[in-house]
Design a protein around this ligand. Sequence first.
Ligand code: C2R
Length: 170
Amino acid sequence: MDAITEKILGLGEFRNMQRYKVSIVMGSESDRTIMQKAAETLKAFGVEHGLTVASAHRNPHTLLKHVREEEGNGAAIFIAGAGGAAHLAGVIAAHTTKPVIGVPITSKLLGLDSLLSMVQMPRGVPVATVAVDGAVNAAVLAVQILAVADSSLRAKLTKYKAGLAEEVVR
Ligand code: C2R
């Protein structure tokens, strides 16, 4: 790829980043069992990440401060897990231009409330929402986004997907 194309695509800037990370935020400590799976999956791909509890409802100022700090620390993607009136992912999306992936967490309404709160975002503020409790897929999607500009991650994904195919055959 020539320099001008790289510049247009912004890949130069991306490549020059010293490190990038995926920032995982969850609305409550009670989401940890599910959201831990996103962290484990990112670890398996060798992707740096952080896992923090912050709530758009309970400590909105802390959440905003955390988003700013994580961007300063190289966060390229946010993964947000929350249940019930799950506004966490949407509020993060309102405060960043980085992609936000939402994980609706099982709730008293089986997660349907969480799912709709995340997926039904207004025009211009998307949250890429995965299945209820789909923390592993959130991490895989994050890796796929990063892999657009990272050939070693692309190779790991190819191996991962081949492993999935073998599981079906077994
Ligand atoms: P508790 O177990 O702490 O009462 O939380 C959390 O993600 C959790 O699934 C119950 C549920 O409330 C969710 N929560 C949100 C937000 N903050 C906490 N949906 C938010 O800001 O969207």
